[in-house]
Design a protein around this ligand. Structure first.
Ligand code: NAD
Length: 500
């Protein structure tokens, strides 16, 4: 393994500003970002005051109420989205490297994220000019059509685990539908959002259609969720913050969509090839260092293969190459920041105190290359009980628990024993069992003999406390529209309801 850190090609020592009403402006304060691979300062970014958030909201309001964006044809809006997608592709290498420097993920993962980001803009550009709406055969002489219209000003608050991709999941459908937006990236990973603003400026998106405000939740996110000038708030993040946002949105009963956390099960039956199941299990939990809302963080494995599954998974987990995201051979990067690393280490301690058996990991990798970076080794807990905190709570790191079941009913019961309901998977070669179990999973995203496949075309979101509503696909577009019925009387006559 290389002992020196690969030098970044991208220049981060530059201005990272807010984008309000088509202008790049300095913030009211500054934040120093830390490179999670080294624990050293990366660059400084501007952060907004509440007043600047209000200015951004007013700019989006003006662009919606009086600007060209909602009034132009869907085809014209699609043209802008396609240009944004092209520019993302043209700058893919730089954007991927920025994502790795800022959030820590291995470059190979960041490259997928950037390609998916461009595709998301292209997908909604294509979807928006397809036939929509309904006509209804109401009694003559009326005719009725049902149309979808943009909601208005959308506040969009996103987390740090997929910075640019989450921005696309929010902006692309909102813009396609004709809304205007104020986007708040995570205070930890704002760099690619600023680059996206620069791309949107380059393609000459009309002023105020998208505004990007940087800063923390209470200063920048909260006023966005509370503002009575905002018509919809779309949030991705933790359950705890999701509840704060939902409460803040009550000021004007704005529309709310929430994409929240998960503690997703992966059920493995003994008829399935154990080695292949283990391979999927590693991908399910350790991809992006476990910082994935849909991570397979609970393995639920049939008793007869349990011991061999745990043994084989541990053998493979130990071999995962942990390191800086820019190193070519790295398979798993650091966690995003010190807070997250400490949180994960705390859960590992909790698990041990609760009496779970630590099979592998539980510590930080040692060696010069890790510097003061935020690394945690792939960790496995076995012999866990359902009521343990490490089984019930989202850890959001490279920590998995492995549970044991005897019967199909028990497997389903364990899988659904969670306050969350984001994702779930079942591994079996028995087609009847696959259908039966996957139907019984109380989750919004499910897989049979697969994990993590995510399609822009398919709805993303959760049951139970994993959220409200869906993103992506046609569902994601609908979530950025209001539904209007238009009734037209073709033969107006006096109603005569009142005699005099
Ligand atoms: P978080 O809830 O701490 O923060 C998310 C965003 O909310 C950030 O931009 C943050 O600044 C902002 N925020 C914090 N407090 C706020 C407040 N009072 N008002 C308004 N905004 C506020 O979450 P995180 O740590 O950034 O991300 C991890 C969480 O996100 C995990 O729970 C994960 O499961 C979830 N997540 C869900 C999905 C999904 O699609 N369901 C995708 C990615 C991440």
């Amino acid at each position: 393994m290389a002992q020196t850190l690969t030098a970044p090609k991208v220049k981060v020592d530059r201005k990272w500003q807010l984008w309000i009403d088509g202008k790049f402006v300095p913030g009211a304060s500054e934040r120093t970002l830390i490179n999670p691979a080294t624990g050293q300062p990366l660059t400084k970014v501007a952060e907004a005051s509440k007043k600047q958030v209000e200015e951004a909201i007013k700019a989006a309001r003006k662009a919606f109420d009086h600007g060209p964006w909602p009034r132009m044809t869907a085809l014209e809006r699609a043209g802008y989205l396609n240009k944004i997608a092209d520019a993302i592709d043209a700058n893919a290498e730089e954007l991927a490297e920025l994502e790795t420097l800022n959030g820590g993920k291995p470059l190979r993962e960041a490259k997928y994220d950037i390609a998916d980001t461009a595709y998301c803009f292209r997908y909604y550009a294509g979807l928006i000019n397809k036939p929509t709406g309904q006509t209804v055969d109401v009694p003559a002489p009326s005719v009725t059509t049902i149309v979808r219209e943009p909601i208005g000003v959308c506040g969009q608050i996103i987390p740090w685990n997929y910075p640019l991709l989450m921005a696309a999941w929010k902006l692309a459908p909102a813009l396609a539908a004709g809304n205007t937006c104020v986007l708040k990236p995570s205070e930890y990973t704002p760099l690619t959002a600023v680059r996206l603003a620069e791309i949107m400026a380059e393609v000459e998106l009309p002023n105020g259609v998208v505004n990007i405000v940087l800063g923390d939740g209470p200063t920048v996110g909260q006023p966005l969720a509370e503002s009575t000038l905002v018509d919809k708030i779309a949030f991705t993040g933790s359950v705890k913050t999701g509840k704060i946002i939902a409460a803040a949105a009550l000021t004007n009963l704005k529309k709310v969509t929430l994409e929240l956390g998960g503690k997703s099960p992966m059920v493995v039956f003994s008829d399935f090839d154990v080695d292949v199941a283990v391979d999927y299990a590693l991908f399910a939990i350790y991809c992006n260092s476990g910082q994935v809302c849909s991570a397979g963080s609970r393995m639920i494995v049939e008793e007869s293969i349990y011991d061999s599954f745990v043994k084989k998974m541990a053998e493979r987990a130990k071999k995962i190459r942990v390191g800086p995201g820019l190193e070519e051979e790295t398979e798993m990067g650091p966690l995003v920041n010190e807070v997250q690393m400490k949180r994960v280490m705390e859960y590992i301690e909790i698990g041990q105190k609760e009496g779970a058996k630590l099979i592998t990991g539980g510590d930080k990798p040692k060696g010069d290359k890790y510097g003061a970076g935020y690394y945690v080794n792939p960790t496995i807990f076995a012999d866990v009980k359902s009521d343990m905190r490490i089984v019930q709570e989202e850890i959001f790191g490279p920590v998995v628990v492995v549970q044991k079941f005897k019967t199909q009913e028990e497997a389903v019961e364990l899988a659904n024993d969670s306050a969350y309901g984001l994702a779930g998977a079942v591994f079996t070669n028995d087609i009847t069992r696959a259908h039966t179990v996957v139907k019984q999973l109380r989750a919004g995203i499910t897989w049979v003999n697969a994990y993590h496949n995510t399609y822009t075309e398919c709805p993303w979101g959760g049951y139970k406390q994993s959220g409200w509503g869906r993103e992506l696909g046609t569902f994601g577009l609908e979530a950025y529209t209001e539904v209007k019925q238009i009734n037209i009387n073709l033969d107006p006559q006096a109603v005569g309801w009142f005699e005099a």
